[in-house]
Design a protein. Structure first.
Length: 202
C-alpha cells in the first residue's frame, strides 16, 4: 500500500463531515465514518501494513493480501500503512475509476479519529501526492495495493519511520516508550511537515 509521507497526527486541519456520492450502479453501500478507524495495531498485520474488513469478511481480505500472485480485495476491506491514511474498498461499482477504493486522510488523537479528507480521485496527502495517481501505478493484479515490486513509485519514508508511526498511534492504549533516537526522528518529520505547510501557504 502506498500511503506516502505522513504523520497526520501532527496536523490540525478541519474534519470533513460529508463524503462523496457513490457511483450509479453500486450494488450496496458500506458505511464509513470516523468510528470505522481505530488503533492501527488492533488491525491484522500483513508484511508491515495492516488490514481489516468493515463487513466482517476479514478472511477474504487476508486471502487477497497474502495472495502471492495478486488478488481482488472484497468490499469492506480496510488497508493502512500508517495511522493518518487509509483506503477502504466499497461495494462493487461504487467507483470504477478507483476499482471501488475510497481514500482517506485522517487526524488521529487520543480522543479518536477525525476524517480530514475523503474521496476517490481528488484526495491529496500532506506532501501534495495524489492518492489515486500513486495507487493507479500498481499492476492490475495487485488491486491498487502498493508494495515493493507492485509497480508503484517508492515512498520517501524509511521502514524504521513507518514502524515508528505505527507504534505511536495516539489511539492505541499500549504505546511503548520512545528512545532518544526515535524522538529525534519524529521531531525531524514534524519539521518537514511544518515546512511543507509553510510552502503550500506561500
Amino acid at each position: 500500500m502506498h500511503f506516502r509521507y505522513l504523520v497526520v497526527v501532527l496536523s490540525l486541519l478541519q474534519l470533513c463531515l460529508t463524503g462523496p456520492a457513490l457511483a450509479a450502479g453500486a450494488t450496496d453501500t458500506i458505511e464509513v465514518n470516523q468510528e470505522s478507524f481505530g488503533c492501527i495495531r488492533e488491525m491484522t498485520p500483513v508484511r508491515g501494513f495492516y488490514v481489516d474488513n468493515l463487513s466482517g469478511d476479514l478472511e477474504g481480505t487476508l486471502a487477497a493480501a497474502n495472495a502471492t500472485d495478486g488478488g481482488i480485495y472484497p468490499p469492506g476491506s480496510v488497508v493502512q500503512l500508517v495511522p493518518g491514511e487509509a483506503m477502504v474498498k466499497l461495494a462493487d461499482g461504487a467507483s470504477p475509476a478507483t476499482r471501488d477504493w475510497e481514500f482517506f486522510e485522517l487526524d488521529a488523537s487520543p480522543a479518536g479519529t477525525e476524517i480530514r479528507k475523503r474521496g476517490f480521485a481528488d484526495v491529496v496527502n500532506k506532501f501534495g501526492g495524489n492518492c489515486l495517481a500513486c495507487h493507479a501505478k500498481a499492476e492490475p493484479k495487485w488491486d491498487m495495493i502498493c508494495e515493493t515490486g507492485h509497480g508503484c513509485d517508492p515512498i520517501p519514508l524509511t521502514r524504521d519511520v513507518l514502524v515508528l508511526l505505527q507504534k505511536t498511534d495516539p489511539r492505541c492504549k499500549d504505546n511503548p516508550a520512545l528512545n532518544p533516537e526515535e524522538i529525534a526522528k519524529l521531531k525531524a518529520l514534524q519539521q518537514v511537515l511544518q515546512q511543507q505547510t509553510k510552502e503550500s501557504q506561500s
